[in-house]
Design a protein around this ligand. Structure first.
Ligand code: ZN
Length: 434
C-alpha cells in the first residue's frame, strides 16, 4: 500500500484525479449496489416508529444475534443465548489478541471487507464485515445527511483525512474532485494559515450542499455557506462547534460512530443527540462507560464491547419527532494537534498505527516545534518502518521523529489516556484564524 501511495504522490494532479475517480467508480457499486436502497428505506421508516416499538424490535434483534453467535462464533460458544447481562464485557485488547475467534463460521474470511482502526488507544484492530454491512453503514450515513436537508447523493465536500494530496505539496489544489459521488475530497493535512483562502475558494467554486469533516479540520475553515455541516471521527469540542457554525453560517450535525460498527449516535435538526436502536444496543454503566452491541455485522459480531468512550443519557422526547432515545453528551476522544514547523496543524494521527503490528499502546509527544517522540508499548513483531512512513506522509520531512519504548503509558491525573501530548508553548499552539 505504501508503494502505491508513493506512486500516486508522484503523479501529476490530473492523473491523481483520474485515480481517485477510478477508485470511486469501483467503490460505488460496493457501497450503493445490492440492498442499499432497501436499507435506506428501512432506516427512514424506523425514524417514524414509536420508542416502544423501536425498543421491542431492538430486543428481538439482540435475541436473534445471541442465538446466532452462540452457534456460529467460537468466542461466544457456551454463553447464554437468553441473557445479555451475563455476557462478559469485551475490550479492544481482548478482540485484537484473537480476532479469528470473533469471526462467524458462516462467512469466508477472504470475501469479507476490512476496516483497520487503532483509535485513541493505539491498539490496532481489523474489523471484518460483509458487503451488506458496508451498504447498511452507508445507509446510516446518508440517513443522517438527510436530517440536515441533504439527501442521498447531494453534492458534498469532505475534509476527513483522505490522503489525496501529497504531504509536501506547497500550492493548491489541496483537493481532488470525485465525480461519481459528487464530492470534493479535501486534504486535512494542508491546513496552514496561508492555505486556508484556497480552501474557501474551492468551496465557492464547487458549491457543495454539505461539508463533512473532522472538527479539528473544519473549525479552521469557512467563508462559504452550505446547507449543513457534518462532523465525525473526533470529539466535537464546544469552541469548535461555535467556530464552525459562525464561519459557515449553518448548523453543525454531529455524528458519533466507531470503526467496530457497534454504536451510532446522531444529532438531529433540534440539536439533540439520538442513539439509533436499529444500529446497536447501548448500555451505559454508572460512570458513563459505553458498552455496545452492534446489530448489523453478522460476520464479526461484537457483543458487550467497551468502545472506550463515555456518554450521559438524557430523559424525555425530542421535538424533531424521531423517537430514538436521547443522549445528553459524549465524552472522550479528545484529540489534539501536532503543529509542524511549516505551520500546519495535523490531527487524527492515530492513523499512523492502522497497519502497525505489535503495538499494545502508543502515544505521540510533541517535545519541540521540530520534534515528536512516538512512545510505544511494544509486543513481538513491532516494526518502526510502516509507522514512520505513515508519519512522514502526514507530517512531511521538516520534523524530527524518534521512537521511545516504554512499559506503560502514563494516564492523566483523571485516569484518562491522551494520545497526543503537546509540550509546546501557548504561543506556538495559537491556531490560525480566517
Ligand atoms: Zn431530535
Amino acid at each position: 500500500m505504501k508503494q502505491t501511495k508513493d506512486i500516486y504522490d508522484a503523479l501529476p494532479v490530473w492523473t491523481q484525479t483520474l485515480a481517485v475517480n477510478v477508485a470511486s467508480a469501483r467503490g460505488y457499486r460496493q457501497k450503493y449496489g445490492g440492498a442499499f436502497r432497501r436499507f435506506l428505506a428501512q432506516l427512514e421508516a424506523n425514524e417514524k416508529k414509536s420508542r416502544d416499538q423501536l425498543l421491542a424490535e431492538q430486543q428481538e434483534a439482540v435475541r436473534r444475534l445471541l442465538r446466532y453467535t452462540t452457534v456460529h462464533v467460537p468466542a461466544c460458544r457456551g454463553r447464554s443465548p437468553e441473557n445479555l447481562a451475563e455476557w462478559p464485557v469485551l475490550d479492544k485488547v481482548a478482540v485484537a489478541a484473537e480476532p479469528g475467534k470473533f469471526l462467524s463460521d458462516e462467512f469466508d474470511p477472504r470475501r469479507l471487507m476490512e476496516l483497520r482502526t487503532s483509535g485513541t488507544t493505539g491498539t490496532p484492530l481489523a474489523v471484518r464485515f460483509p458487503v451488506e454491512t458496508h451498504q447498511m453503514e452507508m445507509a446510516f450515513r446518508w440517513r443522517h445527511k438527510a436530517w440536515g436537508g441533504t439527501p442521498f447523493l447531494s453534492r458534498s465536500a469532505y475534509v476527513a483525512g483522505h490522503p489525496v494530496v501529497p504531504p509536501d505539496q506547497q500550492r493548491p489544489p489541496f483537493w481532488r474532485w470525485d465525480r461519481f459521488e459528487q464530492r470534493l475530497l479535501c486534504s486535512s493535512y494542508h491546513l496552514a494559515a496561508d492555505n486556508l483562502p484556497a480552501y474557501q475558494a474551492a468551496f465557492q467554486r464547487y458549491r457543495p450542499d454539505f461539508i463533512h469533516g473532522y472538527p479539528s479540520s473544519l473549525f479552521l475553515l469557512g467563508g462559504y455557506q452550505p446547507k449543513a455541516v457534518f462532523t465525525a471521527s473526533e470529539t466535537l469540542l464546544d469552541f469548535q462547534r461555535a467556530a464552525i457554525e459562525r464561519n459557515f453560517g449553518v448548523k453543525v450535525f454531529n455524528w458519533y460512530g466507531n470503526s467496530e460498527l457497534t454504536c451510532n449516535i446522531v444529532e438531529c435538526a433540534a440539536g439533540n443527540l439520538h442513539y439509533r436502536t436499529d444500529y446497536g444496543m447501548l448500555e451505559l454503566l454508572a460512570d458513563g462507560t459505553m458498552i455496545c452491541t452492534g446489530l448489523n455485522n453478522p460476520a464479526m459480531p461484537l457483543i458487550r464491547y467497551r468502545v472506550g468512550d463515555r456518554a450521559v443519557a438524557k430523559a424525555g422526547d425530542c421535538p424533531c419527532g424521531c423517537a430514538f432515545p436521547l443522549i445528553e453528551r459524549i465524552e472522550g476522544r479528545i484529540e489534539d494537534y501536532v503543529r509542524t514547523p511549516d505551520g500546519r496543524f495535523v490531527g487524527r494521527l492515530d492513523h499512523l498505527f492502522k497497519d502497525a503490528r505489535g503495538v499494545r499502546e502508543a502515544q505521540l509527544v510533541q517535545t519541540r516545534l521540530d520534534e515528536i517522540v512516538i512512545r510505544v508499548v511494544k509486543e513481538n513483531g513491532f516494526d518502526e518502518a510502516p509507522v514512520l512512513a505513515e508519519a512522514r506522509q502526514r507530517l512531511g520531512n521538516s520534523i524530527a521523529i524518534r521512537f521511545e519504548y516504554v512499559d506503560a503509558i502514563k494516564r492523566t491525573a483523571a485516569g484518562k489516556f491522551r494520545f497526543i501530548v503537546s509540550q509546546l508553548t501557548r504561543e506556538q499552539l495559537e491556531l490560525p484564524r480566517l
